[in-house]
Write a protein that binds this ligand. Structure first.
Ligand code: CTP
Ligand code: CA
Length: 227
């Protein structure tokens, strides 16, 4: 039951978690990045280990201690994250995309450091789309019955945006949280709603990221055992 000690209900399962935020290089010293700390993904990894899973944690630019018992695969860019997640997903029972993946990357990488020049305006930065790992995984399902989970930070009509995103991505579960100043990014605590493709809606009250993580695993275990 929810709230009770979950026990080792992920024993024999392999779960893949992406965490952190990708960085898209402009030149050897500069990148486009985001504010994701990786804390929610690491909480997912720790709780999955505690529940008996084999855990692969694809970590993008995090500065957190490796969760004991998890295989950590460090990555930098969205393209690298895609490679690592798709490879680990081949034999995974569940994939949870907690990472903040850059939607765009600079079209051009300068091999040498970009320099300013006297009397000259800077070049505009041209961006191109990155692959959508969550949508790709949801469509491909490398393993039958695999459960795919996304995360979304939304503003304005958070639930409506979340529902639309869940449908667009084609994943099984979408964890939606509201962002605003001082909310979520880098915080120790989190408040969210877990939306299911079956129409279910599970609110998770403000609390530690481990509590949200355990609610996600409850839903994943439920789907794995039903499927
Ligand atoms: N995601 C992904 N690959 C991308 C972008 C996002 O796998 N290139 C995943 C994230 O890891 C997350 C989910 O998709 O689990 C939702 O990310 P979000 O940025 O909210 O979705 P987008 O489709 O990029 O929508 P938006 O335009 O609102 O940023
Ligand atoms: Ca995005």
């Amino acid at each position: 039951a929810r709230g009770a000690a979950p026990g080792r209900d992920l024993a024999g399962r392999h779960v893949v978690i992406s965490a952190g935020g990708t960085r898209e290089p402009l030149d050897p010293v500069r990148f486009l990045g985001n504010r994701s700390s990786g804390r929610q993904g690491y909480a997912l990894a720790r709780t999955a280990v505690a529940r008996g899973a084999r855990v692969t944690l694809v970590a993008a630019n995090t500065a957190l201690p490796d969760p004991a018992g998890a295989d950590v695969v460090p990555v930098g860019t969205a393209v690298q994250l895609r490679e690592a997640v798709l490879k680990a997903a081949e034999d995974a029972d569940a994939v949870v995309m907690a990472a903040a993946v850059a939607d765009f990357r600079p079209a051009r990488y300068a091999q040498g450091k970009i320099k300013k020049r006297e009397g000259q305006e800077p070049e505009p930065v041209v961006l191109v789309r990155n692959p959508d790992v969550l949508a790709e995984l949801s469509a491909a399902r490398p393993r039958p019955g695999q459960v795919v989970v996304g995360f979304a930070a939304e503003t304005d009509d958070v639930l409506a945006n979340g529902r639309a995103k869940l449908a667009r991505k084609g994943c099984d579960l979408l964890v939606v949280n509201e962002v605003g100043e001082d909310k979520t990014f880098g915080a120790e605590e989190n408040e969210a709603v877990v939306l299911g493709a079956d129409g279910s809606e599970t609110p998770v009250p403000h609390g530690p990221k481990e509590a949200l993580a355990d609610t996600v695993w409850d839903a994943v275990v439920h789907m794995l055992n039903a499927g």
